[in-house]
Design a protein around this ligand. Structure first.
Ligand SMILES: Cc1cc2nc3c(=O)[nH]c(=O)nc-3n(C[C@H](O)[C@H](O)[C@H](O)COP(=O)(O)OP(=O)(O)OC[C@H]3O[C@@H](n4cnc5c(N)ncnc54)[C@H](O)[C@@H]3O)c2cc1C
Length: 481
């Protein structure tokens, strides 16, 4: 039974790429020395978007990076079992497109070359909020519609070309290894499916948990005597159903998509997005527990009921390419590792394992890429105290997307939790903002910059925009906070 990575790596489903030892040695020697963390080997648990982005970041700093996934990783862009959301509609926000291009230069061009669709998020999308259609205009906010599988496949192909990186598939990480005084994670115990072994110990200087919403990281740490990280959970009871349709040039007058967002009086929502030149994805969703229709006639009615006549038209006339696929997303979860007094060095948590947002806002993949950029900048500064520095900086990064989604969700009667007076005041302002944005391209552009994670929400309360809202709605607004 192999119990060291070197032996483990020689067998099973392992892709090992040739390494230019001289080139790597030079790069890494300059990074070691005065720093506390040895940078020989990093392990990433999970080869999905967050894990692959983390591996990209670590590949600049570690001699070897091993990414382990329990799934067989397909040789083409198709959905896989360990990532059930890959059959659902995904799009990349403008900030996400930039972040993926920073991590993987030329990535958006590569995606577009492979069939993804780039579009101006203001000029080519019909945004509908509480009966108000936002004003269209060229904005330069370029998002990407694509299948989740295409993005993961393209990123994976890039990551496998990085000399330090090895992908190990069909292998389950079972728990963490720690040093005798429990101060540092020193590796993982993992089991390859091929031999059904009890598990092999794999040493590492750093372990990054990118195993998604269902991470067992908290349980592993608890078993080692650490406290569970405090969790924030918001029960939104979202049901999500995606179906793909053939896309003809005349569909939606060649628009990229339409969104009919939910609001407290309407818990249903619908959206359509071009995810390839010849393919749309339609998503119908409810929050609060209502079931979704699976039959075509009822789907048309559902889309009509939210005002989505364009979406209803596509459901009625376009040839479907798949069956409707349902997914439930009961709650958003944020794990607050930054609030723990005691946490082992050598262990980080990223992606959905750290924070998993209401998917209607389309933020998860963007945040995963931003966390990888953050990790790179922290490793560039120094290696000491990495866990503490990462979790507190990541918490700052997560505040905006988390607050955006949760403050919106807390307006719904079925969501528990009292919105603060400040939240209620902001929501009242946003209602008026959206009303005004229907006739104002500047207000719409500013709002979409916030949704695309390019600007902070506080931008929307600045005097120039507040004055436009006041002028359009004819009522005074509360002073900016
Ligand atoms: C319905 C839905 C729609 C969404 N739409 C969007 C969107 O439009 N835009 C957007 O940016 N984001 C969207 N998201 C979020 C996005 O899918 C995720 O944020 C993103 O995929 C990052 O996930 P991850 O890599 O952290 O985890 P995951 O994708 O969940 O991957 C976890 C990986 O870890 C592996 N794994 C788990 N446990 C182990 C173990 N013990 N050992 C080995 N391997 C293990 C799994 O096999 C898997 O590969 C959506 C999410 C949902 C649910």
């Amino acid at each position: 039974m192999p119990d060291r990575l070197s032996e483990f790596g020689e067998i099973g489903h392992v892709r090992r790429l040739p390494v230019c030892a001289q080139q790597r040695g030079a790069a890494h020697r300059s990074l070691r020395g005065s720093m506390g963390l040895s940078r020989q080997h990093a392990i990433v648990i999970g080869a999905s978007i967050a894990g692959l982005c983390a591996a990209r970041a670590l590949s600049e700093f570690f001699e070897r990076v091993t990414v382990i996934d329990r799934d067989e990783l397909p040789a083409e862009p198709v959905a896989r079992r360990g990532v059930p959301q890959s059959r659902q509609l995904h799009f990349l926000l403008a900030r996400g497109r930039e972040a993926f291009d920073e991590l993987f230069p030329g990535m958006s061009d590569e995606l577009i070359g492979a069939g993804a669709v780039a579009a101006d998020m203001q000029a080519a999308v019909n945004w509908n909020f509480a009966g108000h259609r936002l004003r269209k205009a060229e904005s330069g906010l370029i998002g990407i519609g694509l299948s989740r599988s295409l993005l993961e496949f393209t990123v994976r192909s890039r990551v496998t070309q990085l000399p330090p990186v090895t992908l190990v598939e069909r292998c389950d990480v079972m728990d963490l290894l720690v040093d005798p005084d429990l101060r540092r994670v020193t590796g993982v115990r993992a089991r390859r499916h091929a031999d059904g072994s009890v598990g092999s110990a794999l040493d590492a200087d750093l372990v990054v948990d990118a195993s998604g919403r269902g991470t067992r990281g908290a349980t592993w740490l608890e078993a080692l005597g650490y406290q569970r990280a405090p969790e924030e959970r918001l029960r939104i009871q979202l049901a999500y159903q995606t179906r793909s349709y053939s896309r003809e040039p005349e569909d939606l007058a060649a628009d990229f998509g339409s969104v009919y967002a939910p609001y407290p009086e309407q818990t249903r929502s619908a959206a359509i997005n071009a995810v390839a030149v010849d393919r749309f994805m339609v998503v119908l969703s409810t929050c609060g527990g209502e079931d979704l229709p699976a039959r075509e006639e009822a789907m048309v009615e559902f889309a009509e009921s939210v005002g989505g006549h364009d979406i209803a038209e596509v459901i009625r006339t376009a040839p479907p390419l798949t069956e409707p696929v349902l997914m439930r997303f009961p709650e958003s979860i944020r794990r607050r590792y930054e609030q723990l007094d005691r946490f082992p060095e050598g262990y980080l948590v990223v992606g959905d394992a750290l924070c998993s947002f209401n998917p209607l806002y389309g933020q998860g993949m963007t945040v995963a890429a931003l966390e990888a950029l953050l990790l790179m900048s922290l490793l560039r500064e120094q290696a000491d105290d990495l866990a503490h520095r990462f979790f507190s900086a990541a918490s700052g990064l997560l505040d905006t997307p988390w607050n955006l989604t949760t403050s919106g969700d807390m307006q719904f009667a079925h969501v528990e939790g009292e919105p603060s007076a400040e939240m209620l005041e902001m929501e009242e302002y946003f209602q008026r903002y959206r009303e005004a944005a229907a006739n104002d391209a500047v207000l719409t552009g500013a709002l979409l910059r916030v949704f695309n994670l390019l600007d902070e929400p506080s931008r929307l309360s600045e005097p120039d925009l507040r004055a436009r809202v006041l002028q359009a709605t004819g009522r005074a607004t509360a002073p900016s906070s």
